[in-house]
Design a protein around this ligand. Structure first.
Ligand SMILES: *Cc1c(COP(=O)(O)O)cnc(C)c1O
Length: 391
């Protein structure tokens, strides 16, 4: 099976992990903070915290911004469930803003309309940089800030991408930006995530929330006469254990060195798909390519079948042919958990229509051109094959 995504692990990665494993500190050492700062430096943010998943990073991000019971987060329905779930972890409500059919990202016009009609504004707006391409952050930030909302970018797909001449993650149009390092993403730490910001107090707050809400900073602790003994720490709020291990951080630091090469390779493969699929453009809608304004990290290459009734049959044919196609994303509001909260089919019709035709083709740095040719050939067969009927 040619997988839709796959990590690339080199000898240098293995050496880095073994070095961390045989060092004195295998957690709470220098590597996790160094990885967070290397990421921040790489994308032009002030600081960051590395944690055990992007889900954890999103959770501490919205918690640090004060999301709580009675609060409200708006995100895109075209995302992994985690972006919405973190608001529920805080006891807050979730709502969605429909997508732009071309970019598959939160649509700024839809956000503007929804804000105009809303009985209350959201506390947090969380756009998702789907497939590695930034949402229209200039427009979204202007609208969200206009109603006093805070902004968290879910850039799980997008480390290594750029927007408006700045690296994704610089937080020029957001309060916090989150990356994921799950193995299918651009760089990996096995499991892992990071949250970056330009406000260092916000980063301190997220770091504290990632480690039990505990501090050793005398300025934050109860007043006492003289210097506190070294054993003193105080839990000043309710936090979690979301820490990244030194093994993961060592892998991340090593992977980060190849970030540019990975994104270059992904972009070349995406452009090659675009050319190879030209002949099928009667049947297949291709994703928009990069522009001066937007350089995707190309986490995913998702086509849409113009005849949406054939998607499942084509999907099955390709899986049977050994092609690990996928489909991103089942609109979050149609998940049973969110239906129980009152959402229903038809609530976000652009996302639903997009997903009905969506087919994710394999894309990762280790994908060979021969494998890519096999993917395209299998797609052509599945589309032309009467065994892939309109069902
Ligand atoms: C992968 C992903 C997440 C969750 O990342 P984890 O590191 O697996 O917790 C969140 N949002 C989006 C859009 C993702 O793709």
């Amino acid at each position: 099976m040619i997988p839709y995504g796959k990590q690339d692990v080199t000898a240098a990665d293995r050496d880095a992990v073994i070095e961390a494993l045989t060092s004195d500190l295998i957690t709470q050492g220098p590597r996790a903070p160094a990885f967070a700062q290397a990421l921040a430096d790489r994308v032009g943010a002030e600081a960051g915290v590395a944690v055990n998943s992007a889900t954890s990073a999103l959770h501490i991000a919205v918690a640090a911004l004060g999301l709580k019971p009675g609060g409200l987060l708006w995100t895109s329905p075209n995302t992994f469930v985690a972006t919405a779930n973190v608001a529920r972890y805080c006891g807050a409500q979730v709502d969605f803003v429909d997508i732009d059919p071309a970019t598959r990202n939160m649509c700024a016009e839809a956000l503007e309309r929804k804000l105009a009609e809303a009985t209350r504004p959201p506390d947090v707006v969380a756009p998702v940089h789907f497939a590695g391409r930034s949402a229209d952050m200039v427009e979204i930030a202007a609208l969200a800030r206009g109603v006093g909302a805070r902004i968290v970018e879910d850039a799980s797909h997008a480390v290594g991408g750029a927007y408006a001449g700045r690296p994704i993650g610089c937080c020029a149009w957001s309060d916090i930006c989150v990356f994921s390092f799950h193995p299918v993403k651009i760089i990996t730490t096995a499991e892992g995530g990071a949250a970056l910001a330009n406000d260092v107090e916000l980063v301190d707050r997220m770091r504290r929330l990632s480690s039990h809400g505990v501090t050793r900073d005398p300025a934050l602790m109860s007043p006492r006469a003289g210097d506190p003994p070294a054993w003193v720490y105080e839990q000043i709020e309710l936090g979690f254990n979301y820490r990244m291990t030194e093994l993961q951080a060592a892998l991340g630091l090593s992977q980060l060195e190849r970030l540019d090469a990975y994104v270059r390779r992904r972009r070349a493969l995406a452009e090659r798909y675009h050319a190879l699929l030209e002949d099928m453009s009667d049947a297949v809608l291709r994703p928009v390519l990069d522009s001066d304004r937007s350089l995707s990290a190309w986490h995913l290459y998702v086509i849409e079948l113009r005849d949406r009734t054939r998607r499942d049959a084509v999907f099955r044919r390709m899986r049977a042919a050994g092609i690990g196609v996928n489909a991103h994303y089942i609109p979050v509001h149609t998940q049973p958990y969110y239906r129980r909260l009152g959402f229903k089919d038809g609530d976000f019709p652009v996302a639903e229509r997009y997903f009905a035709g969506a087919l994710t083709l394999p894309l990762h740095p280790g994908l060979t051109e021969a494998e890519q040719d096999a993917v395209v050939a299998a797609l052509g067969t599945a589309l032309g094959d009467p065994a892939a009927p309109r069902d």
